[in-house]
Design a protein around this ligand. Structure first.
Ligand code: CO8
Length: 128
């Protein structure tokens, strides 16, 4: 499984509800899984999102389990280009952590990034 996350090195910044996480990723050829040419496999993108969202919850805190991971694919993600994974908390209610995440890819203009994928997720911390 480790090879699926090669190059994934998240950084964390304090957020009013915990931490936000970010990782700039350039996939290796063996990670560039496509069902349709030129479009990174959506299930793999969801796996990467699940990972960064889980890491975002867990950073300096207890781990949490994915209850739901609702993912919208707005643009295809080119398998060989850079992608920026992001995750941040939106709301915390007791053991429930509501998060958002996105995958950004380079846009048409230089230094421009667009959200190709957006995720709404609920993670739940274990009962004490
Ligand atoms: C490869 C690297 C990837 C890294 C990712 C790591 C994260 C994971 O993969 S975790 C594994 C995948 N997820 C799972 O296996 C979870 C399976 N589900 C479960 O074990 C349980 O349903 C669990 C732990 C999420 C919640 O169970 P439990 O702690 O008993 O919660 P429970 O008391 O029923 O509910 C707590 C609250 O959450 C809400 N809730 C629970 N599940 C959901 C859900 N799916 N949707 C919305 N709300 C939910 C309940 O309504 C309740 O709300 P409130 O407190 O307001 O009444």
């Amino acid at each position: 499984m480790r090879s699926l996350f090669e190059g994934y090195r998240p950084t964390f910044k304090p957020h009013s509800l915990g931490y936000e996480a970010e990782s700039l990723l350039l996939l290796t050829p063996s990670q560039q899984m496509c069902y349709y040419d030129g479009k990174l496999f959506g299930g793999y993108i969801a796996l990467l999102m699940d990972r960064i969202l889980a890491d975002c919850c867990k950073h300096k805190d207890k781990p949490a389990f994915t209850a739901y991971l609702n993912t919208s694919f707005n643009h295809s993600v080119p398998p060989s280009g850079p992608m920026l994974l992001r995750a941040w908390p939106e709301k915390v209610e007791g053991r429930k952590v509501f998060l958002k995440g996105s995958v950004r890819i380079p846009g048409k203009e230089a230094h421009d990034w667009v959200d190709a994928v957006r995720t709404d997720a609920l993670f739940i911390r274990p009962k004490p």
